[in-house]
Design a protein around this ligand. Structure first.
Ligand code: G6Q
Length: 547
């Protein structure tokens, strides 16, 4: 029997053991689990990299976690983690290593790709970024007319946008308020128009962020930005002072007209959605300064080390991954809510949506067979308390099970009145209400008329994790992002899917290019499309006077 077959068998046994256990405890209410074990709330907690996780309000016992950890072992998670850190080509369909952990390797130990240590290049880029952002922040890097740069506009999309947007918002309390940061991603011209309409071109710097430097949206927006600048400054020489690039593709950067001296590179072993600690983080560094940026990298690194070193039973990303699998595969949960009780984390759910859904939204296993079980969940969320006045009704009384992560900081960014105590009271209350609900007897005891009792009853038994940090600072944000990066990776290993490619985004891109020609050029061949798409194209052409 081959090693692989044995591993697969062990894995199937672990899945089966969990299924049997699920039958046993599936019906058990969180009320019972807490009553059975009064120390649960203190015991089922974990601290790592400055974050505190309370996972007590999960429909899981010690045995559940043991069996889940058995699954992780049987699936080869330990070996997979080592393979990633060792620079093996674990992104097999693109034949690339996956080494975002090298970008924040603050121990500076060598990280080898094909026998070559990548750390000198990583550190050299960080130094160039630090030098550039220091000059920008000090007003030494001026625009073409000698005016100080006051506005930074990042042009990028997907992985070249969501991380920087999320982090610049999250760390606004640490940012240089003399600079404004804007992000243009959408191909819709409205995005460029609205983000630049109040900016003075002579005070604006564009960062064109694109790993490939060929992405339709980014290159279209970058060309529009170039024209916008030249319309005002009327001198091609101005481009050099107002455009910098972040890319792996120097040839295309030069073709666009950006001096390679103003280009910050990264490498093909950095996946787009895992790239915010590469030069893609340039706007973040410009906002908070190099020292704070390094603190953020320290936070990432602390979580990286924890992930690599901690036993699964005490490993925060692994536990979150396993609990996610528990609901996804044994309770039929389709979605996972991320609910930050911190306004600065307003874009965190959107960031996680890409990280998780692009990584684990896969339908075939690593060997190309259709998956036998459910893979990645739909990830969604909004900052608390806003969500409470919107969709929490469904979380509390709807028919769907929605496991949720609640995220909060123990100390506020702004100590105004009693806002923070109220904010956190709401966070804690929601996890309590979801878990324990309110029984019909309790409702009746309040004198509620019988007809209303069912409407006012809360079944409870709705699981959640609570993640707390001391304050939302760069270190904490780094640890938080790394926590989810590794959770997603671990889940991909458990489901035996490739988490680091994204072939599912390709087809639409190809078809859009074909349709573009059919909207603006000669009428398409009637046989080229189905009747619905054909009618949509015809309608567009008609609206533009092209019959
Ligand atoms: C992320 C994806 C994708 C990518 C964008 C932008 O993991 O690969 O979101 O980041 O398509 O690509 P470029 O950086 O090449 O413009």
């Amino acid at each position: 029997m081959t090693e692989q077959t044995t591993e697969r068998q062990e894995c199937e046994q672990a899945w089966a053991a969990l299924a049997a256990h699920g039958e046993d405890i599936g019906g058990k209410h969180l009320r019972e689990l807490f009553a059975d074990d009064p120390t649960r709330g203190e015991r089922m907690t974990l601290e790592a990299a400055g974050l505190y996780l309370d996972y007590a309000k999960n429909r899981a016992t010690d045995l559940t976690l043991e069996l889940l950890c058995d699954l992780a072992r049987a699936a080869g998670l330990r070996e997979a983690i080592e393979a990633m850190f060792a620079g093996e080509r674990i992104n097999a369909t693109e034949n690339r290593p996956v080494l975002h952990v090298a970008l924040r390797n603050r121990s500076h130990t060598p990280v080898l790709v094909d026998g070559q240590d990548v750390m000198p290049a990583v550190n050299a880029t960080l130094e160039r970024m630090a030098d550039f952002t220091r000059r920008l922040r000090a007003g030494e890097w001026t625009g073409h007319t000698g005016r100080r740069i006051r506005h930074v506009v990042n042009i990028g999309i997907g992985g070249s946008d969501l991380g920087p947007v999320m982090a610049c918002r999250a760390l606004r309390a640490f940012a240089d308020r003399a600079l404004t940061f804007r992000f243009v991603s959408n191909i819709d011209a409205t995005h460029f128009f609205e983000e630049t309409r109040d900016l003075a071109p002579e005070e604006t710097l564009f960062i064109v962020a694109s790993k490939t430097f060929t992405t339709q949206e980014t290159m279209t927006n970058a060309r529009t930005a170039r024209q916008w600048l030249l319309d005002a400054l009327r001198d091609e020489q101005a481009v050099a002072r107002h455009f910098v690039a972040v890319s792996t593709n120097e040839a295309e950067v030069v073709k666009f007209g950006i001096d390679p001296a103003n280009m910050f590179g990264f490498w093909d072993w950095v996946g787009g959605r895992y790239s915010m600690t590469s030069a893609i983080g340039l706007p973040i560094m410009a906002a908070i300064g190099p020292e704070r940026f390094m603190e953020m990298l320290d936070g990432f690194h602390a979580m990286d080390r924890h992930f690599r070193e901690a036993p699964f039973e005490r490993n925060m990303p692994v536990l979150l991954a396993l609990l996610g699998v528990w609901y996804n595969n044994f309770f039929g949960a389709q979605t996972h809510a991320v609910l930050p009780y911190d306004q600065y984390l307003e874009r965190f759910p959107a960031y996680l949506q890409q990280l998780d859904m692009e990584s684990n939204g896969k339908g075939v296993t690593k060997d190309g067979m259709p998956v036998a079980r459910q893979t990645g969940p739909i990830v969604w969320g909004e900052p608390g308390t806003n969500g409470q006045h919107a969709f929490y009704q469904l979380l509390h009384q709807g028919t769907k099970l929605v496991p949720a992560d609640f995220i909060g900081a123990l100390r506020p960014a702004h100590a105004l009145g009693d806002h923070h105590a109220k904010l956190m009271a709401n966070l804690f209350a929601q996890t309590e209400a979801l878990a324990f609900g309110k029984s019909a007897e309790a409702v009746r005891a309040e004198g509620v008329p019988d007809a209303l009792v069912p409407h006012k009853t809360f079944a409870g038994n709705r699981p959640s994790n609570t993640i707390l940090m001391n304050t939302l600072d760069p270190h904490a944000l780094g640890a938080l992002v790394a926590l989810y990066e590794h959770k997603v990776f671990a889940q991909g290993v458990l489901w035996n899917i490739h988490s680091f490619d994204q072939w599912g985004v390709e087809l639409g891109k190809v078809l859009a290019n074909r349709i573009l020609g059919e909207l603006t050029g000669p009428a398409p061949d009637p046989a080229a499309h189905d009747s619905s798409t054909r009618a949509l194209i015809a309608r567009y052409r008609q609206a533009h006077g092209r019959i």
